[in-house]
Design a protein around this ligand. Structure first.
Ligand SMILES: [Zn+2]
Length: 266
Protein backbone atom coordinates (compact mmCIF):
# COMPACT_ATOMS: atom_id res chain seq x y z
CA UNK A 1 0.00 0.00 0.00
CA UNK A 2 1.51 3.34 -0.98
CA UNK A 3 2.71 5.41 1.97
CA UNK A 4 4.15 8.92 2.06
CA UNK A 5 7.31 8.19 0.00
CA UNK A 6 5.39 6.43 -2.78
CA UNK A 7 2.73 9.15 -2.91
CA UNK A 8 5.34 11.93 -2.88
CA UNK A 9 7.31 10.19 -5.65
CA UNK A 10 4.10 9.95 -7.70
CA UNK A 11 3.30 13.62 -7.07
CA UNK A 12 6.75 14.76 -8.17
CA UNK A 13 6.66 12.73 -11.38
CA UNK A 14 3.22 13.88 -12.56
CA UNK A 15 3.72 17.49 -11.44
CA UNK A 16 5.52 18.72 -14.60
CA UNK A 17 2.84 17.29 -16.88
CA UNK A 18 -0.10 18.61 -14.87
CA UNK A 19 0.92 22.00 -13.50
CA UNK A 20 -0.51 24.62 -15.89
CA UNK A 21 -2.39 21.99 -17.92
CA UNK A 22 -6.06 22.41 -18.75
CA UNK A 23 -8.35 19.47 -18.00
CA UNK A 24 -10.53 18.70 -20.99
CA UNK A 25 -12.42 15.65 -19.75
CA UNK A 26 -12.26 13.09 -16.93
CA UNK A 27 -13.28 9.71 -18.28
CA UNK A 28 -14.41 6.86 -16.00
CA UNK A 29 -17.37 4.56 -15.44
CA UNK A 30 -17.71 4.83 -11.64
CA UNK A 31 -19.25 8.11 -10.44
CA UNK A 32 -19.62 6.62 -6.92
CA UNK A 33 -15.84 6.04 -6.64
CA UNK A 34 -14.62 9.10 -8.55
CA UNK A 35 -16.83 11.87 -7.22
CA UNK A 36 -17.80 15.14 -8.94
CA UNK A 37 -14.92 14.98 -11.42
CA UNK A 38 -16.96 16.89 -14.05
CA UNK A 39 -16.39 20.01 -11.93
CA UNK A 40 -12.72 20.22 -12.98
CA UNK A 41 -13.40 19.91 -16.72
CA UNK A 42 -12.33 23.16 -18.35
CA UNK A 43 -10.22 24.14 -15.33
CA UNK A 44 -6.44 24.70 -15.26
CA UNK A 45 -4.20 23.03 -12.67
CA UNK A 46 -2.54 25.60 -10.39
CA UNK A 47 -0.43 23.27 -8.28
CA UNK A 48 0.05 19.73 -7.00
CA UNK A 49 0.38 19.35 -3.26
CA UNK A 50 0.35 16.37 -0.90
CA UNK A 51 -0.88 15.74 2.62
CA UNK A 52 0.06 12.38 4.10
CA UNK A 53 -0.99 9.77 1.55
CA UNK A 54 -3.29 12.12 -0.41
CA UNK A 55 -2.36 13.92 -3.64
CA UNK A 56 -4.08 17.32 -3.84
CA UNK A 57 -4.51 18.80 -7.33
CA UNK A 58 -5.51 22.45 -6.88
CA UNK A 59 -7.43 24.67 -9.26
CA UNK A 60 -7.43 28.26 -8.07
CA UNK A 61 -7.03 30.07 -11.38
CA UNK A 62 -10.61 31.34 -10.89
CA UNK A 63 -13.48 31.09 -8.40
CA UNK A 64 -14.58 28.75 -6.98
CA UNK A 65 -11.20 27.31 -6.00
CA UNK A 66 -11.43 23.53 -6.27
CA UNK A 67 -9.30 20.63 -5.15
CA UNK A 68 -9.12 17.15 -6.63
CA UNK A 69 -8.13 14.72 -3.88
CA UNK A 70 -6.61 11.43 -5.03
CA UNK A 71 -5.99 8.48 -2.73
CA UNK A 72 -4.07 5.66 -4.41
CA UNK A 73 -5.65 2.94 -2.25
CA UNK A 74 -3.76 -0.38 -2.35
CA UNK A 75 -2.71 -0.51 -6.01
CA UNK A 76 -3.55 2.83 -7.66
CA UNK A 77 -0.97 4.69 -9.72
CA UNK A 78 -0.62 7.13 -12.61
CA UNK A 79 0.80 5.86 -15.89
CA UNK A 80 1.62 7.41 -19.26
CA UNK A 81 -0.15 4.47 -20.99
CA UNK A 82 -3.54 2.89 -20.44
CA UNK A 83 -4.02 -0.82 -19.82
CA UNK A 84 -6.49 -3.45 -18.63
CA UNK A 85 -6.61 -1.86 -15.14
CA UNK A 86 -7.12 1.74 -16.27
CA UNK A 87 -9.97 3.18 -14.17
CA UNK A 88 -9.74 6.90 -14.96
CA UNK A 89 -8.34 8.78 -17.95
CA UNK A 90 -7.51 12.41 -17.32
CA UNK A 91 -7.61 14.09 -20.74
CA UNK A 92 -5.66 17.37 -20.76
CA UNK A 93 -4.46 19.83 -23.39
CA UNK A 94 -1.03 18.19 -22.95
CA UNK A 95 -2.34 14.68 -23.61
CA UNK A 96 -3.87 11.98 -21.44
CA UNK A 97 -2.73 10.63 -18.07
CA UNK A 98 -4.04 7.24 -16.96
CA UNK A 99 -4.97 6.10 -13.46
CA UNK A 100 -4.53 2.34 -13.21
CA UNK A 101 -5.80 0.45 -10.17
CA UNK A 102 -6.00 -3.35 -10.22
CA UNK A 103 -7.78 -3.75 -6.87
CA UNK A 104 -9.96 -0.63 -7.12
CA UNK A 105 -9.47 0.78 -3.63
CA UNK A 106 -8.28 4.11 -5.03
CA UNK A 107 -10.59 7.09 -4.70
CA UNK A 108 -10.93 10.53 -6.29
CA UNK A 109 -13.12 13.38 -5.20
CA UNK A 110 -13.46 17.05 -6.03
CA UNK A 111 -14.18 19.45 -3.16
CA UNK A 112 -14.09 23.21 -2.58
CA UNK A 113 -10.41 23.82 -1.79
CA UNK A 114 -9.60 22.86 1.80
CA UNK A 115 -13.05 21.39 2.56
CA UNK A 116 -12.19 17.95 3.99
CA UNK A 117 -15.49 17.20 5.77
CA UNK A 118 -15.93 13.98 3.77
CA UNK A 119 -12.41 12.81 4.71
CA UNK A 120 -12.09 12.71 8.51
CA UNK A 121 -8.58 11.21 8.31
CA UNK A 122 -7.38 14.08 6.15
CA UNK A 123 -9.21 16.68 8.26
CA UNK A 124 -7.59 15.40 11.50
CA UNK A 125 -4.18 14.69 10.01
CA UNK A 126 -1.05 15.55 11.95
CA UNK A 127 1.89 17.59 10.66
CA UNK A 128 3.91 16.69 7.57
CA UNK A 129 6.96 14.78 8.83
CA UNK A 130 9.43 16.40 6.45
CA UNK A 131 8.26 19.96 7.13
CA UNK A 132 9.09 22.36 9.95
CA UNK A 133 5.54 21.81 11.25
CA UNK A 134 6.65 18.47 12.70
CA UNK A 135 7.69 19.92 16.05
CA UNK A 136 9.87 17.83 18.35
CA UNK A 137 8.43 19.43 21.51
CA UNK A 138 4.85 18.72 20.45
CA UNK A 139 5.69 15.12 19.44
CA UNK A 140 7.43 14.44 22.78
CA UNK A 141 4.45 15.89 24.65
CA UNK A 142 1.86 13.84 22.72
CA UNK A 143 3.93 10.61 22.90
CA UNK A 144 4.07 10.77 26.70
CA UNK A 145 0.36 9.96 27.03
CA UNK A 146 -0.11 7.87 23.87
CA UNK A 147 -1.20 4.22 23.75
CA UNK A 148 0.78 1.46 21.96
CA UNK A 149 3.17 3.36 19.74
CA UNK A 150 2.75 1.62 16.38
CA UNK A 151 -1.08 1.91 16.18
CA UNK A 152 -0.68 5.49 17.40
CA UNK A 153 1.65 6.28 14.50
CA UNK A 154 -0.69 4.58 12.01
CA UNK A 155 -3.59 6.79 13.16
CA UNK A 156 -1.99 9.69 11.18
CA UNK A 157 -2.69 12.00 14.14
CA UNK A 158 0.82 12.51 15.59
CA UNK A 159 2.34 12.75 12.12
CA UNK A 160 1.07 12.32 8.55
CA UNK A 161 1.90 9.63 6.02
CA UNK A 162 3.29 6.68 8.01
CA UNK A 163 1.89 3.26 7.07
CA UNK A 164 2.97 -0.22 7.99
CA UNK A 165 6.36 -0.27 6.25
CA UNK A 166 7.74 3.03 7.49
CA UNK A 167 6.29 2.67 11.00
CA UNK A 168 8.15 -0.66 11.39
CA UNK A 169 11.35 0.79 9.93
CA UNK A 170 11.27 3.93 12.10
CA UNK A 171 10.59 1.97 15.31
CA UNK A 172 13.51 -0.38 14.56
CA UNK A 173 15.79 2.56 13.87
CA UNK A 174 14.76 4.20 17.16
CA UNK A 175 15.08 0.90 19.09
CA UNK A 176 11.49 0.99 20.37
CA UNK A 177 9.16 -2.02 20.68
CA UNK A 178 5.92 -1.50 18.67
CA UNK A 179 3.73 -1.94 21.78
CA UNK A 180 5.55 0.57 23.99
CA UNK A 181 3.13 3.02 25.63
CA UNK A 182 3.80 6.51 26.91
CA UNK A 183 7.28 7.08 25.44
CA UNK A 184 9.81 8.91 27.61
CA UNK A 185 11.55 11.96 26.24
CA UNK A 186 14.64 10.11 25.02
CA UNK A 187 12.54 7.52 23.16
CA UNK A 188 10.26 10.12 21.58
CA UNK A 189 13.26 12.19 20.50
CA UNK A 190 14.88 9.17 18.85
CA UNK A 191 11.62 8.24 17.14
CA UNK A 192 11.06 11.78 15.84
CA UNK A 193 14.52 11.71 14.21
CA UNK A 194 14.05 8.16 12.90
CA UNK A 195 10.73 9.04 11.20
CA UNK A 196 12.33 11.93 9.36
CA UNK A 197 15.42 9.94 8.36
CA UNK A 198 13.51 6.91 7.10
CA UNK A 199 10.99 8.95 5.10
CA UNK A 200 13.55 11.36 3.63
CA UNK A 201 15.70 8.48 2.44
CA UNK A 202 12.69 6.59 1.02
CA UNK A 203 11.54 9.67 -0.94
CA UNK A 204 15.08 10.11 -2.25
CA UNK A 205 15.11 6.62 -3.78
CA UNK A 206 11.52 6.59 -5.08
CA UNK A 207 9.70 4.61 -2.37
CA UNK A 208 9.39 0.85 -1.89
CA UNK A 209 8.31 -1.69 -4.50
CA UNK A 210 7.36 -4.93 -2.74
CA UNK A 211 7.34 -8.47 -4.10
CA UNK A 212 3.73 -8.04 -5.31
CA UNK A 213 5.15 -5.37 -7.66
CA UNK A 214 2.00 -3.21 -7.52
CA UNK A 215 3.70 0.09 -6.73
CA UNK A 216 5.77 1.62 -9.52
CA UNK A 217 6.87 5.14 -10.16
CA UNK A 218 4.71 6.76 -12.89
CA UNK A 219 7.52 6.24 -15.42
CA UNK A 220 7.30 2.47 -14.79
CA UNK A 221 10.47 2.19 -12.71
CA UNK A 222 10.31 0.49 -9.34
CA UNK A 223 11.19 2.29 -6.11
CA UNK A 224 14.43 1.19 -4.49
CA UNK A 225 13.90 1.65 -0.75
CA UNK A 226 12.89 -2.03 -0.30
CA UNK A 227 16.58 -2.82 -0.81
CA UNK A 228 17.29 -0.85 2.36
CA UNK A 229 14.54 -2.26 4.60
CA UNK A 230 15.96 -3.37 7.94
CA UNK A 231 12.93 -5.24 9.30
CA UNK A 232 9.93 -4.94 6.97
CA UNK A 233 9.33 -8.25 5.12
CA UNK A 234 12.60 -9.59 6.56
CA UNK A 235 11.21 -12.07 9.09
CA UNK A 236 13.69 -14.84 10.06
CA UNK A 237 16.57 -12.87 8.54
CA UNK A 238 19.29 -11.36 10.74
CA UNK A 239 18.87 -7.88 12.21
CA UNK A 240 21.35 -5.61 10.39
CA UNK A 241 22.40 -4.12 13.73
CA UNK A 242 22.78 -7.13 16.05
CA UNK A 243 22.22 -10.29 14.01
CA UNK A 244 19.18 -11.52 15.99
CA UNK A 245 16.44 -13.04 13.82
CA UNK A 246 13.75 -10.50 12.88
CA UNK A 247 10.30 -11.54 14.11
CA UNK A 248 6.90 -10.94 12.56
CA UNK A 249 3.63 -10.98 14.48
CA UNK A 250 0.19 -9.36 14.25
CA UNK A 251 -0.51 -6.15 16.12
CA UNK A 252 -3.84 -4.37 15.63
CA UNK A 253 -4.42 -6.50 12.48
CA UNK A 254 -1.15 -5.39 10.89
CA UNK A 255 1.86 -7.57 10.17
CA UNK A 256 4.54 -6.13 12.45
CA UNK A 257 8.29 -6.71 12.10
CA UNK A 258 10.83 -6.03 14.83
CA UNK A 259 14.11 -7.15 16.37
CA UNK A 260 13.56 -8.72 19.81
CA UNK A 261 17.02 -7.61 20.95
CA UNK A 262 17.17 -4.02 19.66
CA UNK A 263 13.48 -3.45 20.45
CA UNK A 264 13.02 -5.09 23.85
CA UNK A 265 9.44 -5.62 25.05
CA UNK A 266 8.24 -2.80 27.31
ZN1 LIG B 1 18.74 -6.11 16.45
Amino acid sequence: MPELPEVETTRRLIEPQLTGARVLRVEHAHPERYLRTAAIEGRTVSELARRGKYILVRFHEREPALELIVHLGMTGGFRPQGGPHTRVTLHTDRGPLFFNDARRFGKWLVVPEGDYRELPTLAAMGPEPLSDDFSLAEFVRAARSAGAVKPWLLSQKPVAGLGNIYADEALWRAGIHPETRGLDEAQATRLHAAIREVLARAVEVGGSTLSDNTYQQPDGKPGYFQLEHSVYARERQPCPRCGTEIRKYWLAQRGTHYCPTCQAAP
